[in-house]
Design a protein around this ligand. Structure first.
Ligand SMILES: C[S@@+](CC[C@H](N)C(=O)[O-])C[C@H]1O[C@@H](n2cnc3c(N)ncnc32)[C@H](O)[C@@H]1O
Length: 298
């Protein structure tokens, strides 16, 4: 279906009123974007936070009566809105296939690959392949925070170990760990959709029998390798639970930490972990820690 896109700055308007007006005028989709450079990194579950300079973009059926819905929008939101708006025709495309153009196989370390389900297997006969498509939850390997964890995971000795993936999203880290030789993985998240996506991806990768999912608020099992890519704030909040979950001498990978937040996160984890290394990609870093023996002091 062809679309007509309307774009305008939100300015002082109320976002919910704008959304309601666009829907009443027949918009098929509405998105809000940052017009500046103001990342929103740690919204609370269910919290919708917008930027101080927000751009609104809505799509209308390209065959609909443009004058009629523009007139309706002007009536609902004021005539100055349509004066500051830009319109753009968007030709019909196979939208459900569009993401495939940018979604390519990615390699982490010498052998670990994350490949779209439709892509050919890598030529390397020793490749370890996680099959995954973008879906219900975060985690395809394209984001620096996930990429840092996958690169670190590829270097760990995981054979026979149990893994806790705290903030599992798509389950990408746990699935990669299982394919790299881990015996069992427990995947925890506060978002039920993430747990569903993780189970689906585990099935698609033939590791479902070795993976279980858990509401992250439930007591955590112990594991020899603990992974958590969830941003600095929740990482600091969870430090005692993750320290209790990691077995003595076990590995800890923490990601989702902006370089500027690294010291605060390290300060919380140094009480229980020796810091083995910190890797950085773009503005993000990933901490590798090793659990100090219980009762071994600081
Ligand atoms: C950045 S995604 C990481 C997904 C995946 N592990 C990866 O590395 O790509 C963070 C995930 O953590 C979950 N999350 C956020 N806060 C959490 C918390 N306090 N406890 C557990 N999970 C949390 C989110 O729902 C989301 O699925």
């Amino acid at each position: 279906m062809p679309f007509l896109e309307i774009e305008f700055p939100l300015e002082a308007r109320d976002a919910e009123a704008v959304e309601a007006a666009l829907l009443a005028a027949g918009a098929a989709s509405i998105s809000f974007f940052d017009r500046g450079d103001e990342p929103i990194l740690e919204p609370r579950p269910g919290e919708v936070r917008l930027w101080s300079d927000t751009l609104v973009r809505a799509l209308f059926d390209g065959t609909s009566d443009t004058d009629a819905w523009l007139c309706r929008l002007s009536a609902l939101l004021g005539p100055e809105l349509t004066e500051s708006a830009t319109l753009r025709h968007i030709a019909d495309r196979a939208w459900e296939r569009e993401w495939l153009r940018d979604w390519k196989a990615l390699r982490f370390g010498p052998r670990l690959w994350v490949c779209p389900t439709s892509a050919a297997a890598p030529a390397d006969p020793n490749a370890i392949v996680v099959r995954l498509d973008p879906g219900l939850a975060f985690g395809t390997g394209t984001h620096p925070t996930t990429a840092l964890c996958l690169e670190a995971l590829a270097k760990l000795e995981l054979h026979g170990k149990s893994v806790l993936d705290f903030g599992c999203g798509s389950g990408i880290l746990a699935i990669a760990a299982l394919k790299l030789g881990a015996a069992h993985a427990c995947c925890a998240d506060i978002d039920p959709q993430a747990l569903t996506a993780t189970r689906q991806n585990a099935h698609a990768n033939d590791v479902a029998a070795r993976l279980e999912t858990l509401d992250a608020q439930q007591p955590l099992p112990t594991a020899g390798c603990v992974l958590a890519n969830i941003l600095a704030g929740p990482l600091i909040e969870a430090h005692e639970r993750l320290a209790a979950a990691c077995t003595s001498g076990g590995d800890l990978l923490l990601s989702g930490i902006l370089v500027a937040q690294q010291e605060t996160v390290l300060a919380a984890y140094r009480a229980s972990f020796d810091i083995v290394g910190v890797a950085q990609r773009e503005d993000w870093c990933c901490v590798h820690g090793r659990r100090r023996p219980y009762g071994g002091g600081c």
